[in-house]
Design a protein around this ligand. Structure first.
Ligand code: NAD
Length: 548
């Protein structure tokens, strides 16, 4: 395998002793070092006498966390724990994933990024700027571990918050924490990278606490050359490394993915991970309606990375059921801020062209629904409240079980709430959301809406790619992950309106997705690792377990 994944951390690293050992977050166990370890490792007397169990440490930390007033304070406390004791940090996250994910990732991480310069304590990851041209490989060698997985951003489109420049480093850091928590990718294998090419955010450029490069963004060939040097250096320093592009703006996200996807083991979670999780929700919904994916007509509100990513994968899934590409694409339509995306429209961005079909211009979503009669509407516009009562009632008029996914987040941006989705379709909507919503009771029936959370998909994709050392990550692998996720949604989940399994099962989900990816890699000759027969057992065995 790429690098040995140790199941447990081994504190008896002879090169680290005493206070030095306590300052290594990958080896530190804090007050849980046993009497023998304290003696052998030069720690005797450095702690109060009680030897804690990890469970006690988790309980102590949770008690102190719960006393903190808001998500940002909790983020800071968790980050400090991450810097001190990685195993304990991950044990806290794994044992309380539902509660912790909104703090270490969306929506909490958004504010943490905005305040990055204020809350900065210790650096994590590698920061690359245009001034580093010619030195990137040597900078990557400064990282003390053998990276198996890199999450890289340039900070230009951080969540729905726009250009946050170098402050966007919080996103790769948070995402990699989820790789370790949700799929057991060993923390030592995870490298966050910020390609800081400047920022066009005027407020940051004059913010005295801003820690990034104070210049306007680099564009054009110089930008491409910098990314190219990074990509080549990453492969040279960490051969076979998996690279995930994260939160690049549209104009670079699509281009970079196209440029590198056939050349290296890369993917873009905003485009492809989102696509797989949305397709999984559709597969689950179709288990209820008994229809096939090829019969669907899908209308997207939004025409960005999420919308076209999902449309592309839905197209792939429809083609797998026998439609040709043109027919499959023709069943996917986009509505952007100017209305239905149609062929006659001038100046359409390149990524929308595949879904610009022949049709007269239509301005509003409701009129587009009346014209196209979709079986599914998918909201990825980041504009709140756009699935109005009339929109939802129209969908319920057209379909016995309308598929309604309101995927935009944070909650204020959701196209509709779960309550609205169920109420205005008389409880018939097959609903998934991008923001968390509480269960809804309508006419005596309780619905449990679940989030189409990318963390069901990308951690397993990363683990599978590391495990198999796949040369590339293909659409078939993402489609496979969608099938896997849908298949792990139980009948009782479906009965309560949940289109995804509970998030507490995410490590099991990731193991299945990793095994599926490895199998596909093997089938197509992409795997560079010799794989055992039982891939699921192998996936489980590869997972980092944060227990001491
Ligand atoms: P993006 O910036 O690439 O795309 C947004 C698109 O919405 C653009 O095409 C824009 O033209 C369009 N838009 C803006 N205003 C509109 C309007 N009034 N009507 C119709 N369209 C409009 O962003 P993205 O990465 O595609 O993400 C979009 C949203 O989806 C965000 O809120 C994001 O948080 C959410 N998202 C959710 C998930 C998930 O739930 N798993 C995953 C990814 C993205």
């Amino acid at each position: 395998m790429n690098a040995p994944i140790k199941k447990n951390l081994e504190p008896r690293n002879p090169s680290r002793r005493g206070v030095d050992l306590l300052h290594d977050p990958l080896l530190n166990k804090g007050s849980a070092f046993t009497a023998e370890e304290r003696e052998a490792l030069g720690l005797r007397g450095l702690f109060p006498p009680h030897i804690s169990t990890q469970e006690e440490q988790v309980a102590r930390f949770m008690r102190s966390l719960q006393r903190l007033p808001d998500s940002l304070e909790k983020y800071i406390a968790l980050n400090a724990l991450h810097d001190r004791n990685e195993a304990l940090f991950f044990r806290v996250i794994v044992d309380h994933i539902d509660e912790m994910q909104p703090i270490i990732y969306t929506p909490g991480v958004g504010l943490a990024c905005q305040k990055f310069g204020m809350i900065f304590q210790r650096p994590r990851g590698i920061f690359i700027t245009p001034n580093d041209r010619g030195h990137i490989a040597s900078m990557l060698r400064n990282w003390p571990h053998r990276a198996g997985l890199i999450v890289v951003t340039d900070g230009e489109r951080i969540l729905g918050l726009g250009d946050l420049g170098a402050n966007g480093m919080g996103i790769p850091v948070g995402k990699l924490a989820l790789y370790s928590a949700c799929a057991g990718v060993h923390p030592a294998q995870c490298l966050p990278v910020m390609i800081d090419t400047g920022t066009d955010n005027g407020e940051l450029l004059v913010d005295p606490f801003y820690m990034g490069l104070r210049q306007r963004r680099l564009r054009g060939q110089a930008y491409d050359d910098l990314v190219e040097e990074f990509m080549v250096a990453a492969e040279e320093v960490f051969p076979g490394v998996v690279i995930q592009f994260e939160d690049f703006a549209n104009q670079n996200a699509f281009r970079l993915l196209e440029k590198y996807r056939g050349r290296a083991c890369v993917f873009n979670d905003d485009i492809q991970g989102t696509a797989a999780v949305a397709l999984a929700g559709m597969f689950s919904a179709l288990r209820i309606t008994g229809q096939s994916i090829a019969e669907q007509r899908v209308l997207f509100l939004g025409a960005g990375e999420a919308a076209t990513g999902i449309a592309d994968l839905v197209t792939t899934a429809m083609m797998a059921q026998g439609l040709d590409q043109k027919a499959a694409r023709n069943r996917n339509w986009l509505v952007d801020s100017r209305g239905l995306v149609v062929k006659a429209r001038k100046d359409l961005a390149h990524h929308k062209l595949a879904y610009a079909h022949e049709h007269k211009e239509v301005v509003g979503l409701l009129d587009a629904i009346r014209a196209l009669k979709p079986t599914a509407i998918i909201g990825v516009s980041a504009v709140g409240g756009t699935f109005t009562k009339e929109v939802l009632e129209e969908m319920a008029k057209l379909n016995e079980r309308p598929i309604v996914f309101a995927l935009s987040n944070p909650t204020s941006q959701a196209e509709c709430t779960a309550e609205e989705a169920y109420r205005y379709t008389a409880g018939r909507a097959l609903f998934a959301c991008g923001s968390p919503f509480d269960p809804v009771t309508l006419n005596g029936k309780t619905f449990v809406p679940r989030q189409g959370n990318n963390s069901y998909i990308f951690p397993g994709i990363g683990l599978g790619a590391i495990m198999s050392r796949s040369r590339t990550i293909t659409d078939e692998m993402f489609m496979g992950s969608a099938h896997t996720l849908a298949s792990l949604t139980t009948e009782s989940d479906l009965a309560q309106g949940s289109l995804y399994p509970s998030l507490s099962r995410v490590r099991e989900v990731s193991a299945h997705i990793a095994a599926g990816l490895a199998k596909t890699a093997h089938k197509h000759g992409l795997a560079q690792e010799k794989l055992p027969e039982d891939l699921l057992a192998q996936a489980h065995a590869s997972m980092y377990d944060p227990r001491y």
